[in-house]
Design a protein around this ligand. Structure first.
Ligand code: SAM
Length: 235
């Protein structure tokens, strides 16, 4: 059970969950669910399925972009009254292009222990298999949705000497690759990782011109991580 009788033991547990394959759920993640008083998650239906799979019942509270400010305050008072909270997102590591920053910051500010329980993160998983340099990279999260803003970012990083990594959604991947080619040209090495750890996983690394045609010939349904090599890189 939780730690509600011992206020000194209260803490926020930031727990990574699978990005597609339930086999990637760690023992420590399962234990974090079992040992907490409350689970803060984005979508209670998504996390409810995970808890169901583990045969664990815990109260859940929805903590998402739209209510993050208000729910973070509620979570803080629960922590201050001695509760232990497990924070998860729908998939991957909370706070990485996902909610969680506000409550983590509040805990740091109020001296409440925060403990990370690592799990899969889409961009680290993608980078590890990309064949692009991983010794130094910049992760920029999601690109802006508007074409002009996106191209500004590409231009800003066109001479960047390290690998550039970002997330892209299924309905923007086509535009993203086309815009990227306008700025970087067709010879730049790029890697696109799709549906990692799932049935239709594919990690494709090639020169942008060739890769774009190949990616666009296939189904564009799914989740994507896009990585761009420095101009000087040769596979
Ligand atoms: N917190 C998550 C993490 O640790 O990776 C990221 C959440 S962000 C809202 C969701 C984005 O991550 C997707 O749009 C996609 O770009 C990427 N992503 C998540 N799961 C993925 C997967 N299985 N394969 C490829 N990309 C994935």
């Amino acid at each position: 059970m939780g730690n509600s009788s011992d206020s000194s033991a209260s803490k926020l547990q930031i727990v990574g969950t699978p990005i597609g394959n339930l086999g990637d759920l760690s023992e420590r993640a399962a234990e974090a669910f079992r040992s907490c008083d409350l689970v803060a998650c984005e979508d209670t239906r998504v996390t409810g399925k995970l808890l169901n799979h583990l045969q664990i019942e815990r109260p859940m509270i929805s903590y998402r972009d739209a209510n993050e400010r208000e729910v973070a305050e509620q979570l803080l008072s629960q922590l201050q009254s001695g509760k232990t909270i497990t924070l998860v997102s729908d998939a991957g590591v909370p706070t990485i292009s996902d909610p969680g920053f506000r409550i983590t910051r509040l805990c740091q500010k109020h001296g409440i222990p925060v403990t990370p329980i690592p799990g899969p993160c889409a961009f680290i998983t993608a980078l590890s298999a990309s064949g692009l340099p991983t010794d130094s990279f910049l992760f920029i999260g999601f690109l802006p949705p508007k074409k002009a803003a996106r191209q500004r970012i590409f231009t800003e990083y066109s001479d960047f000497p390290h690998t550039l990594v970002f997330y892209e959604s299924t309905h923007r991947i086509e535009k993203c690759l086309k815009d990227m080619e306008l700025v970087y040209g067709s010879e730049r090495y790029v890697s696109v990782a799709k549906e990692l750890t799932k049935l239709h996983e594919r990690i494709h690394t090639d020169r942008l011109g060739k890769l774009k045609d190949d990616v666009l010939r296939r189904s564009l349904k799914g989740e994507f991580v896009v990585m761009v090599a420095a101009d000087s890189f040769e596979l």
